[in-house]
Design a protein around this ligand. Structure first.
Ligand code: GDP
Ligand code: IMO
Ligand code: MG
Length: 422
């Protein structure tokens, strides 16, 4: 039996999971998403073209791979229809290479409205949700009210949908939100459900466990460890388990079958949406990181908040997921800074700590930094570790010694080719 390897983000999302999942796909037969939904935006770049995937796994552009949307994912028929059409236009045979778990929950139009209504009601305290309906859909799943992909082909589907919709509309009305036309949203929803019927819906837990006997599977995470529903900066998190534990219940894989855990992190930090971010730079250095790193959301276009590398958060994420293979992204972005900093601890109420405080939202956390001399060389042209500048190597050596393991892959640009493997 082969073990299932994992790729996941160790920070607040957008670490570059899409690029790496696509880069690693030739080593695997199956790429499977296990949580999240269209709140994700995973960018891949090859042959001069950038592709952004939201719900479809990042193996879809390799004709030899099967891509699975696992039971832990939430699927919006309207958005995935548009995504499939986009990916097909780019040349992939999606019908042949994508299967859906019957048990994946469906994002209804009213889930999206509930997301917007709830954020609207929260005012300044809003989560900064992507407004894709993620929270309300997972809430209905846990509350045992949800609709699953398998229900779409059930004769009673429309009745089931109508009953839930009526409940949602009462709630939306209560929240004072009225800026929508449900008939328009419903028509596109039904059309998208019809479209999806041509795709394969199976009990993917059986498929995955069968495939494991002879084939290699990569589980592709979405979001990041610091957005995990249990361990992230609650309540400023997403609504699923983004850590490696999520692979077991999001795909139906027993813990002993989890293999290598690839942990992906940027050479600095970003966060999009609200919530605590101890190393955030609200100054011209942060602005420079955003500009050089083109730090704008792949799906929403929102500017990402930027800051220095946070080793307290990174070590926490490595611990939670049992990461044993590190991958550093966007190393090229740090070229040209006079000084590069790394947070090695937090000062919380006058006491130095290397743990994430219980209530990161209400504590005053002052990062303690180690400073490094910058470098000016262009890393995007480097293809071997030996070509990397000395000051950058000092930075990497420090990270490796702090993290207690090597960084196996260093990414120096968005393209597949711009990847240095140890
Ligand atoms: P994901 O959600 O983790 O897949 O990451 P996103 O796709 O949302 O964000 C990562 C962004 O960085 C995308 O625009 C990628 O094309 C880009 N990217 C990935 N790796 C690198 C890199 O090493 N250098 C640079 N400059 N950009 C990168
Ligand atoms: P990928 O997979 C970055 C953030 C949102 C918000 C919070 C909750 O591309 O890394 P949600 O829509 O899930 O209710 O939003 O989580 N968020 C992400 N940030 N990358 C993502 O995905 C994200 N998915 C959700 O900005 O703060
Ligand atoms: Mg993203």
């Amino acid at each position: 039996m082969n073990k299932v390897d994992v790729v996941l983000g160790l920070q607040w999302g957008d670490e570059g999971k899409g690029k790496i999942a696509d880069f690693l796909t030739p080593q695997y037969n199956v790429i499977a998403r296990f949580q999240g939904g269209p709140n994700a935006g995973h960018s891949l770049k090859f042959n001069g073209q950038t592709h952004v995937l939201n719900t479809i796994p990042s193996g879809i552009f390799h004709s030899g791979s099967l891509n699975i949307i696992g039971n832990g994912v939430v699927v919006d028929p309207v958005r995935i229809k548009a995504e499939i059409e986009r990916v097909e236009a780019a040349g992939a045979d999606v019908k042949k290479h994508l299967v859906f778990s019957r048990k994946a929950h469906v994002i209804l139009p009213t889930h999206r409205l509930l997301d917007a209504a709830s954020e609207h009601a929260k005012g300044a305290a809003k989560i900064g949700s992507t407004l894709r309906g993620i929270g309300p859909t997972y809430r209905d799943k846990i509350g045992r009210n949800g609709i699953r992909i398998g229900d779409i082909v059930h004769p009673d589907f429309k009745n089931k949908y109508q009953a839930i919709k009526d409940e949602h509309l009462k709630l939306i009305d209560f929240l004072g939100y009225s800026d929508f036309d449900i008939n328009v949203l419903e028509a596109e929803f039904y059309e998208a459900c019809e479209f999806l019927k041509a795709f394969t819906f199976v009990d993917t837990e059986y498929l995955v466990n069968e495939k494991m006997k002879t084939e290699k599977i990569l589980a592709e995470g979405a979001q990041g460890s610091m957005l995990d529903i249990d361990f992230g900066s609650y309540p400023f998190v997403t609504s699923s388990n983004t850590i490696s534990g999520g692979v077991c219940n999001g795909l139906g894989i027993a813990p002993q079958h989890i293999g290598r855990v690839h942990g992906i992190f940027k050479a600095y930090c970003t966060r999009v949406g609200s919530g605590p971010f101890p190393t955030e730079l609200n100054d011209e250095v942060g602005e420079e990181l955003r500009k050089k790193g083109n730090e704008f959301g792949a799906t929403t276009g929102r500017p990402r908040r930027c800051g220095w590398m946070d080793l307290v958060a990174l070590k926490y994420a490595i611990m939670l997921s049992g990461v044993d293979y590190l991958i550093m992204m966007k190393s090229d972005v740090l070229s040209g800074f006079e000084e590069v900093k790394v947070c090695t601890g937090y000062k919380v109420n006058g006491t130095i700590s290397t743990h994430i405080p219980y209530d990161l939202c209400n504590e005053t956390v002052e990062p303690i930094y180690q400073s490094f001399k910058g470098w000016t060389e262009d890393l995007t042209v480097c293809r071997k570790k030996s070509e990397l500048p000395a000051n950058f190597k000092t930075y990497i050596d420090f990270l490796e010694s702090e993290l207690g393991m090597p960084i196996h892959i260093i990414s120096v640009g968005p393209d597949r080719e711009q990847t240095i493997v140890d």
